[in-house]
Write a protein that binds this ligand. Structure first.
Ligand code: WTA
Length: 563
């Protein structure tokens, strides 16, 4: 069964600043994207310079770059202040011996200091490695070890989850509390900027797949060509915009569309600290006058579940809304359209692609259930198992013609894995299944592997299984994504118990907490089911996750029938 749109939301004018999409579609060239950067004029390349310093040099130093808000405080920084602070951090990185190409990790919660530390690392030519704030010891250790990170910027609280003794390459830990205490001495110009080549490493994001531990996806400085142009056309950023992306920079959405794309386009960026609450989110929009809002389906569904709450707030500043990370169900689009009077523009891309590839350009026709159409300059193919293109309307592997500027440069230390994305000449294979209709709209149909997507976050079953079997009571484990109305999927573990252990509520809770405490909260199974035996392949004895998943889908369907 395939999912295609039965209705659509027509083009709307008015709310958007764009007017000439047809011209963009016809005339687009990635080389034009390069022209948007100051490097086109100066020949000097550095993504941090383009993101912040450039705007100061061009006379926008007094414009607000960042609004930070959490439950208890609110602060703002101009572009000049952000430049001064990145210089300050950059100076300290240099004093600590950081050189071009070094991997500098940043483990901080969503605060201005997190963004500034990332930019400072990039400014001095290092490769920034931002880590999601909910990671626990194992997740932190595995990532820094994988690419031999030498320096980490964190704070006293999160440092408790950094097992430095198990990370031999990690020579230095800097605490933001100390950096912030040192007197800041503004410097003129670009004395801390390391000029690099487009191909030099910019940022590394660890992302999960269906096998093995998370892989380090390395992007090059050239990716900012992709960021700036999609920020302009897809996010529709203009000078007066107040832009809010809800993702943490440890995830690719938080770095590319929370930091680079909006600031490259000189928007004022909102950083929100603290946990999700519908009240906080709505009041943030009202208080800061957010005009562009980029979030994920699970978050929209959480807001939807709050019913009429939105009526208490003035949300009229919002003119453009975007979504990413997981299927955006038509109900959510309809809800936003009816209640908030906005259209949600879905976007499809991946950590590996470094930027938007399939989008709904502002004001163009939206087909609920579809992720949109290829961004200008992007060619999508739906391939069969031999790598041949399928006719429109048929389901196959979602692939994209290579190359484009945001495409990853490498998978750190894993050439085989890198090559596996390019097994068909001239194509990047996403691992997603999709179909494309006659008008070019692409419809997501699921993954082609066992990767789990819960609340828009990629979770590798292998990682969770490996952690589970470290618990003394667990003999074997098979982990899958169980369909879930709110989160898309939730992490579910099927386990067998070792001899001498018997199932109890307390034991299952203990196992769940064990994963949560060691790996990360988002990867901890929300459901654990004890079984006598796990289904396995006859020859190699590998656990058949697909069979477990089929069982869950069958159960879900049976429940529906009962209702
Ligand atoms: C899924 C996030 C449906 C997809 C930027 C992809 C989506 C994976 C959408 C990448 C969408 C992303 N509709 N599914 N609009 N966007 N996905 O690397 O399975 O965290 O392969 O990048 O999320 O997740 P990642």
């Amino acid at each position: 069964m395939t999912k295609q749109a039965t209705s659509h939301i027509e083009k709307v004018e008015g709310n958007y600043n764009l007017s000439n999409y047809e011209t963009i579609r016809e005339n687009f060239d990635w080389e034009d994207a390069k022209e948007l950067l100051s490097a086109a004029k100066t020949g000097k390349v550095n993504a941090a310079y383009e993101t912040i310093d450039r705007h100061v040099d061009e006379g926008y130093g007094d414009k607000i770059a960042i609004h930070y808000i959490n439950e208890t405080e609110k602060r703002s920084y101009t572009f000049r202040e952000v430049k001064d602070k990145t210089d300050h951090y950059a100076k300290i990185l240099k004093e600590n011996g950081v050189k071009k190409g070094d991997r500098v990790f940043i483990f901080l919660s969503k605060t201005p200091e997190c963004y500034i530390a990332i930019l400072a690392a990039i400014k001095v030519g290092a490769i920034a490695g931002p880590l999601f704030e909910a990671f626990m010891e194992d997740a932190v250790r595995d990532r820094i070890n994988d690419c031999d990170g030498t320096l980490l910027i964190t704070d006293q609280e999160l440092a408790k989850r950094v097992p430095q003794q198990d990370i031999p390459s990690l020579q230095t830990i800097l605490y933001v509390e100390d950096i912030e205490k040192e007197a800041l001495q503004p410097v003129d110009g670009d004395q801390f900027v390391e000029w690099v080549d487009w191909e030099d490493g910019l940022i590394i994001h660890y992302t999960s797949g269906s096998t093995g531990k998370p892989k380090g996806v390395l992007h090059a400085h050239r990716a900012v060509q992709h960021h700036i142009v999609t920020g302009k056309w897809v996010l529709d950023i203009k000078d007066e915009d107040v832009y809010w992306c809800t993702s943490h920079p440890g995830w690719v959405t938080g770095s590319v569309y929370g930091l680079f794309a909006p600031l490259l386009n000189r928007a004022t960026v909102v950083i929100q600290g603290g946990r999700f609450s519908a009240e906080n989110w709505y009041s943030l929009i009202e208080e800061l006058g957010v005009t562009i809002w980029y979030s994920a389906p699970t978050a929209f569904r959480m807001l939807l579940s709050q019913g009429d709450l939105y009526k208490k707030y003035d949300l009229s500043s919002v003119r453009h809304v975007l979504s990413v990370g997981e299927p955006l169900n038509p109900e959510v689009i309809q809800w936003a359209w009816n209640s908030l009077k906005v259209r949600i523009h879905d976007t499809w891309w991946m950590t590996e692609t470094g930027g938007h590839l399939i989008v709904n350009l502002p004001a163009e026709k939206i087909k609920p259930g579809s992720m949109g159409r290829p961004f200008p300059g992007v060619q999508v193919g739906i391939l069969d198992d031999e790598g041949q293109e399928l006719p429109r309307g048929e389901v196959g592997q979602l692939a994209v013609r290579t190359p484009w500027p945001g495409l990853m440069k490498e998978i750190w230390g894993n050439q085989d894995k890198f090559k596996s994305y390019f097994q068909y000449e001239g194509w990047y294979i996403s691992g997603d299944l999709a179909l494309q209709d006659e008008e070019g709209y692409v419809f997501f149909q699921g993954r082609n592997d066992d990767m789990i997507n819960s609340a828009g976050e990629r979770i590798g079953p292998f990682e969770v299984e490996s952690k589970l079997i470290e618990h003394p009571a667990v003999e074997e484990a098979g982990v899958i994504g169980k369909p879930d109305e709110l989160r898309g999927e939730l992490v579910k573990a099927f386990i067998t118990l070792r001899q001498g252990f018997s199932q109890s509520k307390e034991l299952l809770e203990e196992i769940r907490v064990f994963v949560r405490k060691n790996l990360s909260a988002h990867a901890a199974p929300r459901e654990i089911e004890v079984v006598d035996e796990l289904p396995k392949t006859k020859i190699s004895g590998k656990i058949l996750r697909r069979q477990l998943k089929a069982l869950e889908i069958e159960r879900a369907n049976a429940n529906k029938v009962n209702i």
